[in-house]
Design a protein around this ligand. Structure first.
Ligand code: ATP
Ligand code: MG
Length: 452
């Protein structure tokens, strides 16, 4: 039948319309169906139905194996789909359509020529087959084949339909692969988001932990600082409290003896004055230590250094039990006034003098020398020198460090307090090296002109 006659035949036109409707339906189905396997199965079914043929199959090319595997179909016994392969070369009908890209029609499988036919064709009584290529994005994708149980003549129109249908399947495959790729991308993005969330949660947890550790550290350092402060306060208060105890003891002694004569009353008043002074001093010490810990500014005033040195010595010597110490004062009259916190400098000197006295306790010669002399430009030095045993080697390595002591009842805080207070007054303290005998500490304090 020539082409014009075919197109004028109402039965053929009906057939064409039916096929076009089936094709359109399949297109809609493939567009909405996410699973490629279902799309291909439906493709085989629709194709067979349109050609009024019982069998159809779709073979997919497997590059690694270089073969064609039946991945979908209709009409076949179980075990065919997903299992049967054919070579991707010209020895099979599918292979030939795949390799050449041209439709391969075999109207009688008994007259197959050079083609190898699969065993299951005989089981299904296949007589005629037609194969067309399914194109892919990057080369041939597979083959669409229809098979007839009885003899079937495949018209040009059948082949046009089959080729067109194979193109729609190719589009459906490409869309499905694109969708799958997109879904994979979405899935991996979802994973990334989940992982990022986990990382953020973990990070927040770690930050919380660091924060907790920091607070704990701050708490521990506070306790530590409080421990230092408590020990320092106890250390500093020990001296005025001991002095107060001595004065009160002396006063009580006078009272016990029955104070009648004016001289004794005067002495009693003097002792009470001293108790009052020492009590005030104890108060100042607490305030000063608090200032040191809180890093407040010292209350610095213009002060005559000689007076501070003299007062400090007097305070230590009053309750010193060792009367064999000879104290020598070498004051340089040209030394100008300093700008310091008097009580804090007294604290420094008292600590240094007490250390000297303690160091000379077992010495034959017990000489304490207090010297003032010009220092670096803008500074004046006070030297506290003794003829004692000298600084032990292990103390030297940690000089000015807290709790560094060789004494039974010492706290090892005196020198640390000295250094802190010297710095708080804009000065510094150090040990004079290579003394012939004993120990010498130098306290350097700023002159009024420099400090102003
Ligand atoms: N003039 C000195 N001669 C010899 N050794 C000294 C002298 N001054 C300090 N030392 C040594 O340095 C150590 C530390 O002195 P520091 O004044 O800091 O503490 P401490 O005297 O032991 O105790 P405290 O806290 O009661 O003052 C002393 O234990 C002592 O061994
Ligand atoms: Mg000391």
């Amino acid at each position: 039948m020539d082409e014009d006659c075919v197109m004028n035949d109402p039965a053929v036109l009906d057939e064409l319309r039916r096929q076009q409707a089936a094709l359109a339906n399949f297109g809609t189905f493939a567009f909405h169906e996410p699973e490629l396997g279902k799309i291909l199965t439906e493709a085989a079914r629709v194709c067979a139905e349109c050609l009024l043929i019982p069998f159809a199959k779709i073979c997919r090319y497997r590059p690694v194996e270089n073969d064609l595997l039946i991945v979908a179909g209709c009409g076949w016994h179980a075990g065919v789909i997903g299992n049967v392969i054919s070579k991707a070369d010209e020895t099979s009908t599918q292979g030939r359509a795949f390799v050449t890209g041209k439709p391969v029609i075999l109207e009688d499988v008994a007259k197959n020529g050079s083609l190898t036919l699969p065993a299951f064709y005989a089981e299904h009584g296949i007589v005629s087959t037609a194969d067309v290529l399914i194109k892919g994005k990057a080369g041939p994708w597979g083959v669409l084949e229809v098979d007839s149980g009885g003899h079937r003549e495949f018209t040009e129109h059948d082949i046009v339909f089959l080729t067109g249908f194979a193109n729609v399947v190719a589009e459906a495959v490409a869309t499905s692969e694109r969708t799958a790729a997109m879904q994979n991308a979405i899935e991996s993005m979802r994973h990334l988001i989940v992982e990022k969330d986990q990382l953020l949660t973990e990070r927040a947890g770690r930050e919380r932990k660091v924060h907790e550790l920091q607070s704990e550290l701050i708490h521990v350092s506070r306790l530590n600082a409080m421990g230092h402060m408590t020990a320092a306060i106890a250390h500093e208060l020990n001296q005025p409290l001991a002095a107060i105890a001595n004065y009160v003891g002396a006063a009580k002694h006078s009272l016990d003896a029955g104070v009648v004569d004016p001289a004794a009353v005067l002495r009693l008043k003097g002792l009470i004055d001293k108790v009052q002074n020492q009590t005030l001093r104890a108060g100042s010490i607490i305030k000063n230590l608090k200032d040191v810990v809180e890093k407040r500014e010292s209350n610095r005033f213009e002060t005559k250094l000689e007076d501070v040195v003299r007062d400090s010595l007097a305070m230590v010597m009053y309750d010193a039990t060792d009367s064999k110490v000879s104290a020598q004062l070498n004051f340089d009259p040209t030394v100008p006034r300093v700008l310091v916190d008097k009580v804090q400098i007294q604290q420094i000197l008292i600590n240094l003098i007490r250390n000297s006295l303690e160091a000379m306790h077992d010495s034959e010669e017990r000489i304490l020398t207090l010297t003032t002399a010009p220092g670096e430009p803008g500074f004046v030095n006070v030297l506290v020198r003794d003829s004692g045993a000298g600084l032990p080697q292990d103390i030297l390595q940690r000089l000015f460090q807290p709790f560094n002591t060789t004494k039974k009842s010492g706290m090892g805080l005196g020198l640390m307090v000295c250094q802190t207070l010297a710095e708080a007054n804009g000065g510094r303290i150090w040990r004079i090296k290579d003394e012939a005998k004993g120990t010498c500490f130098c306290l350097s304090l700023p002159l009024v002109t420099v400090a102003a």
